[in-house]
Design a protein around this ligand. Structure first.
Ligand code: C2O
Length: 534
């Protein structure tokens, strides 16, 4: 294994899309940002230099950061932000992980343009557990606003109303052809006939779960969130913000140009419009002028397509890559997640939309929680986060007429190596919605899911404890629940939140604090000397 050095200069860059120009925050002037390449067990040193006027921090989404929580990145959770003119070196080792992950800014909405892929190859000499592809290609799906993204969220926070939705989606930074914008043709993926390609797909969109399709081609899913899966074929991939999916594409059709589309799950249009990002799969030897072969897109809210896809995901669970599902549970938790409304004197309607977990709207502290934990600074957080909802939740019963939430910087404390079963229950209090929940510092096993109320006596009997998919971000179905299990083998403070940025902003977040173990390799390492100060 080796040490790899990267330099991230965070700079403004002029960008033209949808026939309008604006300045965006980028890493090294690129959108999407540079791909990081590494191998399992390598150490990464990424020097981030902040040349813009915003505070920022970078998160390495899905990297476990074993004992190196200081390098995890969420602002005010594991570090104070890197201030304008300052720099910080993220120093971490990739332990026991290989596949596709990604990095992104982790403060307000900067991640709209500050993100990129992380490609972790297996150790030298170790093959993939699937046929070796001819070539590999990273596809980063994004979301684009014509206006300034930081202004969009700040305006929404002031008014208490929902922020504006984006103007387009993108595939590797390009929305695809837009009527009237002749210069914008969209991203092209060149392929050779009969060759197999590994596509590493990242959903870096802020607020939209996406369907991904290639006209005329089946895709074989082989990995999600940097964990191998049992291979399965699908025509459509569904991918939530935060998630990554590796698929094999066999270029086995007759030569031509085929449409590649990424289209929103919630408001998917029937025809290709400007909310659908399009690209082109281009067989070698085909004229660029030849007509693109189109595909039907999944209809609006095509829940059955989404459910079929997620139900097909299984851990590989081979001898070499066993699924180590915790069987004995120390903490059995039930978290309701959803939206609420709190009074707000200065807001447009006298109220603001908030989001909560177990009725707690998370309040961001002024110094990083990990520092407060490590240095025993009191008054920053409490460790009394409720392990179950304050009033038993029941979909079919009478709903409380009052949607107001409580506020606090409350954490849930876990002993080192204790095991957790967490049931995430969507309340649908204002509206049912699919929430992609992301846990930092761990992978978890998705042992069960269902619609309506979770039944603690009945539902666990149907849990898959043999080969459940293992990942770091999971969609909790709209009007339903998802059960996950993990082992708290990573000391530190670990953020958990909805990866729809609008919901995170509203407070759909909390954190676990995991204590040190007793062994020599079971403690959080001390902070790096250049860790930013608040
Ligand atoms: Cu990719 Cu805390 O997020």
């Amino acid at each position: 294994c080796m040490v790899r050095h990267y330099k991230f200069n965070v700079v403004l860059k002029n960008s033209t899309k949808l026939c309008s120009s604006k300045q965006i925050v980028t890493v090294n002037g690129k959108f999407p940002g540079p791909t990081i390449y590494a191998r399992e067990d390598d150490t990464l040193l990424v020097k981030v230099v902040n040349h813009v006027k915003y505070n920022l921090s970078i998160h390495w989404h899905g990297i476990r950061q074993l004992r190196t929580g200081w390098a995890d990145g969420p602002a005010y959770i594991t570090q104070c932000p890197i201030q304008p003119g300052q720099q910080f070196v993220y120093n971490f080792t990739i332990t026991g992980q290989r596949g596709t992950l990604w990095w992104h800014a982790h403060i307000l909405w900067l991640r709209a343009t500050v993100h990129g892929a992380i490609v972790i190859l297996p150790k030298r000499g170790v093959p993939y557990p699937f046929p070796r592809p001819h070539k590999e290609k990273v596809l980063v799906l994004g979301e684009w606003w014509k206006s300034d993204v930081e202004a969009v969220i700040n305006e929404a926070l002031k008014s208490g109303l929902a922020p504006n939705v984006s103007d387009a989606h993108t595939i590797n930074g390009q929305p695809g052809p837009v009527s009237g914008c002749t210069s914008q043709g969209g991203f092209t993926l060149p392929v050779g006939a009969s060759k197999t390609y590994l596509l590493r797909i990242v959903n870096a969109a802020l607020n939209e779960e996406l369907f991904f399709k290639i006209a005329g081609h089946q895709l074989t899913v082989v990995e999600v969130d940097a964990v191998y899966t049992k291979p399965f074929k699908t025509g459509t991939v569904i991918i939530a913000p935060g998630q990554t999916t590796n698929v094999l594409l066999n270029a086995d059709r007759k030569a031509g140009r085929y449409l590649v589309a990424a289209t929103p799950f919630m408001d998917a249009p029937i025809a290709v419009d400007n909310k659908t990002a399009t690209a082109t799969l281009h067989y070698s030897g085909t004229l660029s002028s030849s007509r693109t072969i189109l595909t039907a897109l999944p209809p609006q809210n095509a829940t059955s397509i989404a459910t079929n896809f997620t139900s097909s995901l299984r851990s590989l669970n081979s001898k070499k890559y066993p699924a180590r599902v915790p069987l004995k549970i120390d903490h059995s938790l039930l978290f309701t997640i959803g939206l609420g409304v709190n009074p707000c004197k200065t807001c447009v309607n006298g109220s603001r939309v908030v989001a909560d977990i177990n009725n707690v709207t998370f309040v961001m502290p002024n110094i990083a929680l990990l520092q407060a934990h490590f240095f025993n600074i009191s008054g920053v957080f409490t460790d009394d986060f409720p392990g179950k909802p304050p009033v038993p939740f029941n979909y079919t019963g009478t709903q409380p007429s009052n949607f107001a939430t409580t506020q606090g910087t409350r954490l849930y404390r876990l002993a080192y190596n204790s095991t957790v079963q967490l049931v995430l229950q969507d309340t649908g209090m204002i509206t049912p919605e699919n929430h992609p929940i992301h846990l930092h510092g761990f992978n978890f096993f998705v042992v069960g899911k269902g619609l309506g109320n979770f039944h603690p006596n009945k539902d666990p009997k149907n849990f898959n404890l043999v080969d459940p998919v293992e990942r770091n971000t999971i969609g909790v179905p709209s009007g339903g629940w998802t059960a996950i299990r993990f082992k708290a083998d990573n000391p530190g403070v670990w953020f958990m939140h909805c990866h729809l940025e609008v919901h995170t902003t509203w407070g759909l977040k909390m954190a676990f604090v995991v204590d040190n173990g007793k062994g020599p390799n079971e403690t959080l390492l001390p902070p790096p000397t250049d860790l930013p100060k608040c």
